[in-house]
Design a protein around this ligand. Structure first.
Ligand SMILES: Cc1ncc(COP(=O)(O)O)c(C=O)c1O
Length: 350
């Protein structure tokens, strides 16, 4: 039996039709700006985000890091939530590549309030770095795929304008937020100076992300993409996968959310597991295993013996992510795997 792989929505395999589109894509040299498929994708992203310009890049990390560099000067400070991808999972790149420091702040379930940022904004004095940029994440991965409420974003924008701060959105999974709320990508993007979006997560493309913003920002981003070695030549081959994903896979994201919900509700009924159902808003489920007496990494190994893969993200928490290649039957099998493991554990304890 194949593994039911819930470790991440990044593990999806490109579907046959997507592969065909990729193989047949019209291509040119994108470093010369001559790849028609990349250009079509960038135009589509401008339309979707309402931004003046867009740039196709290799990954979500590259998108965020190019945006940070394009917005800042060395020595500046970037304010992010403390569990954000930018702060935790981008290999220290803000310091390494842009020479900026990240100021992490803990939000309530990932949501920052302007008052919290007001507290840490640096006075204009030669002792301090310059507070330059706020980075928000929507949906918020490490907080379990929670959606950043539009009202909170609006308030942050007003605050940022008053304080002369820029705003970047890590929208690796903005598609999921938009599918769940019905709020268009364009509406979310309108509150940010730049937005990054990924095609290789819930949308199921094999590679690629994009950044969007005004012309001047994208001109700078173009320069940094080159600096980071991200100028690709016949990149239309992969852009075609992204275009296919936009057309065929955004409309199905609610299926992933419904499956995540089902998994969360059923697991939450099992003795030993706790899930904060209020936070299961999109395709991510965080499972607290502490009451079961089985540490999360052991649970991970036991699940694996039952042909289910999940990720231990702390000593007591597992993360499951639903995606394109997870079916209703896979969810049923996963729930049964948990039941078997817990039954065995209880019989040992009794
Ligand atoms: C919220 C968020 N931002 C950025 C990224 C980085 O994307 P990539 O793996 O393409 O660099 C990820 C990856 O999972 C993510 O979850």
């Amino acid at each position: 039996m194949d593994f039911i792989d819930l470790r991440s929505d990044t593990i999806t395999q490109p579907v046959t039709e997507m592969r065909r589109h990729m193989a047949e894509a019209d291509v040119g040299d994108d470093v010369f700006g001559e790849d028609p498929t990349v250009n079509a994708l960038q135009d589509k992203i401008c339309e979707l985000t309402g931004k003046e310009a867009a740039l196709f890049v290799t990954s979500g990390t590259q998108a965020n890091q190019i945006a940070i560099n394009a917005h800042t000067q060395p020595g500046d400070e970037v304010i992010c939530e403390y569990r954000s991808h930018i702060f935790n999972y981008e290999a220290g790149a803000p310091a390494l590549l842009s020479g900026v420091q990240v100021h992490p702040i803990q939000g309530e379930h990932g949501i920052l309030q302007p008052a919290q940022i007001e507290e840490v904004i640096r006075p204009r004095d030669h002792h301090f770095p310059v507070s330059r940029l706020i980075g928000l994440e929507n949906t918020h991965n490490r907080w379990g795929g929670v959606i950043y409420p539009l009202e909170a974003i609006k308030e942050m924008r007003t605050f940022a304008d008053n304080q002369n701060l820029l705003m970047h959105l890590d929208g690796a999974r903005l598609w999921n937020a938009s599918a769940a709320t019905g709020i268009p990508i364009k509406t979310y993007a309108s509150y940010f100076d730049s937005v990054s979006l990924c095609f290789s997560k819930g949308l199921g493309a094999p590679v690629g992300s994009v950044i969007a913003g005004n012309e001047r920002f994208i001109e700078r981003a173009h320069y940094y993409r080159k600096v980071y070695g991200g100028g690709m030549r016949q990149a239309g081959i992969i852009a075609a996968g992204a275009l296919y994903a936009l057309e065929h896979h955004t409309g199905r994201l609610m299926e992933d959310h419904i499956r995540a919900r089902k998994l969360a509700e059923e697991l939450n009924m099992l003795t030993g597991l706790v899930i904060d159902l209020q936070r299961v808003q999109t395709n991510i489920v965080i499972i607290d295993t502490s009451l079961s007496g089985i540490p999360a990494n052991e649970f991970e190994a036991l699940l694996s013996q039952n042909h289910v893969r999940m990720k231990a993200i702390s000593p007591s928490r597992l993360r499951a992510v639903t995606h394109l290649q997870i079916s209703d039957d896979d969810i049923k099998h996963t729930i049964n795997a948990f039941k078997n493991i817990l039954k065995h554990q209880h019989s040992l304890v009794d």
